[in-house]
Ligand binder design. Structure first.
Ligand SMILES: [Zn+2]
Length: 302
């Protein structure tokens, strides 16, 4: 039992890590062009109360408290400070996390408060002090300086196979992420493309736009086309080749696994692939002309 709990936790950490790595590259690579940015350190926390069996998870992880590191983005300030997944976070600044009110199973608000405290500290000082528990049980402090990143939270959902976005979050279902990066399903660049598509919905504030314009099929299709096209620019600035994402759109119907069925809210797969290829050419032309893929100037909205 403890073994399966441990391997489930390990799998969660792996998938959290892959999503956070892609999100971090996209959010920092595009920071020069995002209207809304904040200092971030590339760290994803978890509250043990959100596990199905908090007591078992606590024992398995050998935790004294409730908060641990879920994932650390590659090459982020958190990674450079040698933070590791599974490590317990004891305090954020002067706030001892054990002093927070006891959490309820399934309640995300407590974790949200801790994340908000890290964010507001970084926004105010550019740096956040974390107290961590080391493998030998001793406590250590790290002072970590944030780097500028586009706003947006990258989160794995505990269930579901969908990728979606709301006003500020990019949400990927664990069943979706669980296929990564099996060679017959999604490569790293293809997965990054899906994350970039959802991130584009956040950057372009499509949720608020649809609230005003109305959510009929034609309007939704418009936002979906924009997200496919902006994803090409976001990928390029994050150092990913955008071509595999354009190809993925064309292949999706053929692969036929876990892809959403053709729906009235999205264009045909072949049309989406053709638009994405056209956008690759537009992005490369802008890159040649200016030396940067500045979508804030050169991306054309519908
Ligand atoms: Zn979409």
């Amino acid at each position: 039992m403890a073994v399966s709990a441990a391997s489930a936790l390990a799998a969660n950490q792996l998938h959290d890590g892959r999503l956070l790595d892609a999100g971090w590259r996209l959010a920092t690579g595009n920071a020069p062009f995002c209207a809304s940015t904040s200092p971030q350190i590339g760290l994803l926390l978890q509250d043990v109360m959100l596990f199905d069996q908090p007591a078992l998870a606590r024992r398995t992880l050998g935790m004294a408290g409730d908060f641990t590191i879920a994932a650390v983005a590659q090459d982020s300030p958190a990674a450079l400070a040698r933070l590791v997944p599974g490590q317990e976070v004891v305090a954020v600044g002067n706030q001892a996390l054990a002093a927070l009110p006891a959490g309820q199973p399934g309640d995300f608000r407590r974790l949200g408060k801790v994340e908000a405290l890290m964010e507001s500290t970084l926004a105010k000082h550019g740096t956040v002090d974390l107290t961590l528990r080391e493998a030998d049980g001793s406590l250590s402090q790290r002072s970590i300086t944030g780097v500028r990143a586009c706003r947006g939270r990258f989160e794995l959902r505990n269930s579901g196979a969908r990728a979606e976005a709301d006003g500020e979050r990019i949400l990927i279902g664990r069943d979706f992420a669980a296929h990564l990066p099996a060679a017959d399903w999604l490569s790293e660049a293809e997965f990054a493309g899906i994350v970039a598509h959802e991130f584009a919905h956040v950057i372009l504030a499509h949720g608020a736009w649809l609230d005003r314009a109305g959510r009929d099929d034609a309007e939704i299709r418009r936002t979906e086309r924009e997200a496919d096209r902006l994803a090409i620019w976001l990928l390029a600035n994050a150092g990913y080749d955008p071509v595999p994402f354009a190809q993925l759109l064309g292949d999706w119907g053929r692969r036929g696994r876990n892809g959403p069925p053709q729906s009235p809210t999205h264009d045909e797969w072949a049309a989406r692939a053709a638009q994405a290829r056209t956008e690759v050419a537009a992005m490369r032309a802008a890159l040649l002309a200016r030396g940067v893929a500045d979508w804030s100037r050169d991306f054309h909205r519908e």
